[in-house]
Design a protein around this ligand. Structure first.
Ligand SMILES: NCc1[nH]cc(CCC(=O)O)c1CC(=O)O
Length: 305
């Protein structure tokens, strides 16, 4: 039996819809006969916007409704921001495809200030990411980090309403939504180490060789090699999502350069490590780097929460 239609389960935010539409367009480009439909779903993570993500059950919330739709046969695939994808998948589902990565850096967004260093003493910066908070405060302990959740448009509206002097968002989301002009400064990994998977989109589906064959042309091996290392690092560290963790890999030829960071939310403690190795060994590198971080004190930071 051959597949003639693919239904994409997606969250309803503008960014999620963009990503699903992107996958739809790519699938139609590679398979002109294929019918591709979107199934927009409301996720718990999007409903509970006033509560810290770590408290409502973590990032998995964004994914569960979509997985349910696939397991119940209402959808065939789901498109995710790799940053939000849990490490384990339910029986029968997996994630065989990772698309080419967009700019992975974090972005400094402000209506009044050019970059972090231009912020006045005590300025209010919006983010609910402990990873961003930790690295901001390590650089500028005087800043006030203020809670900010919601989809990209909501966050920008709160900035424009004057609730913050600046906010930090993923560059990838802003570029996809055609809001490059909102970015005042692209934060280098040395300043703000990105989250594992940031800027990349992945496709989860049921285990079905025919379906996977249709998705295969969307897979980007270069991106995938980087994310294997980043995700192995995060997985090995992840006792809890309430700890600031950064993980970022680049490929230089066939060599991976992986950097990792674990810190305290207030930025007073920060442990960094990095290593280089063959791209084919990303998984082992991620685990080894995590163990180095743990041995250098990340274990105590993790134990404290
Ligand atoms: N946590 C929400 C989330 N998940 C993915 C992105 C951006 C797009 C990406 O990283 O691919 C965002 C928004 C943000 O962090 O600003």
């Amino acid at each position: 039996m051959s597949i003639s239609r693919i239904r994409i389960a997606t969250r309803e935010s503008a960014l999620a819809l963009w990503q699903a539409e992107f996958v739809r367009a790519e699938l139609e480009k590679h398979h002109p006969q294929l019918k591709v439909e979107l199934l927009p779903l409301t996720s718990r993570g999007d409903q509970l916007l006033d509560i810290p993500l770590a408290k409502v059950g973590g990032k998995g919330l964004f994914v569960k409704e979509l997985e349910k739709a696939m397991l119940e046969g209402r959808a065939d695939i789901a498109v995710h921001s790799m940053k939000d994808v849990p490490m384990e998948f339910p029986e029968g589902l997996h994630l065989p495809v990772i698309c080419e990565r967009e700019d992975p850096r974090d972005a400094f967004v402000s209506n009044h200030f050019a970059d972090i260093d231009a912020l006045p003493q005590g300025a209010v910066v919006g983010t609910s990411s402990l990873r961003r908070q930790c690295q901001l405060l390590a650089r500028r302990p005087d800043l006030q980090v203020k809670f900010l959740r919601g989809n990209v448009n909501t966050r920008l509206a709160k900035l424009d309403a004057g609730e913050y002097d600046a906010i930090i968002l993923a560059t990838a989301g802003l570029l996809r939504l055609e809001m490059r002009e909102r970015i005042r400064d692209f934060l280098a990994p040395e300043i703000l180490l990105p989250a594992g998977g940031q800027g990349a989109v992945g496709i989860e589906c049921r285990r079905d060789p025919e379906l996977e064959a249709l998705l295969r042309p969307l897979h980007h091996e270069h991106t995938s090699a980087r994310l294997v290392a980043e995700r192995a690092l995060v997985r090995r560290l992840n006792g809890s999502c309430q700890v600031p963790i950064g993980g970022y890999a680049v490929l230089e030829g066939d060599q991976l350069w992986l950097r990792g960071l674990v810190g305290s939310p207030d930025g007073t403690r920060m442990i960094r490590a990095e290593r280089r190795g063959p791209a084919s060994e990303g998984e082992a590198m991620g685990i080894a780097l995590a163990e180095e971080l743990l041995a250098n004190g990340a274990d105590r930071i993790l134990a404290a929460v």
